[in-house]
Write a protein that binds this ligand. Structure first.
Ligand code: AP5
Ligand code: MG
Length: 218
């Protein structure tokens, strides 16, 4: 059976941090809409340049563009057994488009993990975040430091800070989450696939809780 898992949560909730363990445990690829946009930007594609205009001010990229991009990604052969979606869907039209898309494949969203973290914690997490531009691994200068300062443990690339992690943009992103994405919690609760996880626990404790949940629903 294919496993389509959605990681839902505000900016800085820990979606990217938890993604690796989940995708390894279920043997499904990690599909992050934000990472795909940033990859396009680094290659200076038309899509990347368009997305950047929205990302840098903390707004969502329009639904039509985003839905097409994720639809194309889910058609790749590595998604035949499912995928871990991180950062998509983020609006009701995106959630409905995902349902339609998966229904055509004879699949559906199996589990939605809602990582819940209050706003004041999010700002601190994002201001201390460092990411690897090569492999996407995420660190925090206090909570999850790399072995060597500002160098990726995985591939030795110098770590970078995301331009949209400045406090003002973070506040805007949190606001956008509250107004446009939070309603998806109710959407998935009604479908009976929602699992709420307390994202303020340690990285390891969150990981164990998610893996336990997923082991139970397989
Ligand atoms: P995206 O890249 O998806 O960003 P986001 O949703 O804002 O989430 P983040 O990546 O900032 O946070 P995260 O939950 O992954 O946290 P992380 O694990 O890194 O999107 C960026 C932009 O792209 C959007 O603003 C939008 O413009 C556009 N976009 C993307 N998808 C879109 C869509 N579907 N539709 C339209 N537009 C879209 O952790 C954060 C920090 O906290 C790290 O430093 C980490 O080490 C630390 N940390 C994590 N867990 C813990 C813990 N338990 N305890 C202590 N520290 C922790
Ligand atoms: Mg992320």
């Amino acid at each position: 059976m294919a496993h389509f898992i959605v990681l839902l949560g505000p900016p800085g909730a820990g979606k990217g941090t938890q993604a690796k363990a989940i995708s390894e445990a279920l043997q499904i690829p990690h599909v992050s809409s934000g990472d795909i946009f940033r990859e396009h930007l680094s290659k200076q594609t038309e899509l990347g340049k368009l997305a950047d205009g929205y990302i840098k001010c903390g707004q969502l990229v329009p639904d039509d563009v985003t839905i097409r991009m994720i639809g194309d990604r889910l058609k790749q052969p590595d998604c035949v057994n499912g995928a871990l979606l991180d950062g998509f869907p983020r609006t009701l039209p995106q959630a409905e488009a995902l349902d339609d898309f998966l229904a055509k494949m004879g699949a559906s969203v199996n589990t939605v993990i809602s990582l819940e973290v209050p706003a004041e914690v999010l700002v601190e997490r994002l201001s201390g975040r460092w990411s690897c531009p090569t492999c996407g691994r995420v660190y925090h200068e206090k909570y999850n430091p790399p072995q060597q300062a500002r160098i990726c443990d995985n591939d030795g690339t110098p770590l970078i800070q995301r331009p949209d992690d400045q406090a003002e943009t973070v506040r805007q992103r949190i606001e956008v989450y509250r107004s446009q994405t939070e309603p998806l919690i109710e959407y998935y609760r009604q479908k009976g696939v929602l699992v709420r996880v307390d994202g303020t626990q340690s990285i390891e404790a969150v990981k164990q809780e998610i893996l336990t949940v997923l082991a139970g629903v397989q």
